[in-house]
Design a protein. Structure first.
Length: 94
């Protein structure tokens, strides 16, 4: 996933992603940014990361292979993951 693809997400979708992450991490959305690690900066454990992953699928209507769960540790990775699979879902009519 290139930085360019991740930056192609609409501002609205970026806000939804950030808000979902903040809700699971139980922090204000403005504290979550692309430079902060979910695990190191917010003490997210594996169950929280799974919950973030699950909410992306349920609330954004996308399917993400579970092996990509290990890549989900910051907002930048979340944007890239969403951009990659949101585009795939749209092309499949999901």
């Amino acid at each position: 996933m290139s930085e360019n693809q991740a930056s192609s997400l609409s501002a609205e979708l970026r806000t939804r992603v950030r808000d979902l992450v903040a809700e699971v991490l139980e922090v204000p959305a403005d504290e979550v940014d692309e430079n902060k690690s979910f695990a190191e900066d917010f003490e997210a454990d594996s169950l929280m990361v799974i919950e973030i992953f699950s909410r992306f699928e349920r609330q954004l209507g996308i399917r993400i292979p579970q092996e990509e769960l290990t890549d989900l540790d910051d907002l930048g990775a979340a944007y890239a993951l969403i951009a990659r699979h949101h585009a795939t879902s749209e092309s499949l009519g999901v």
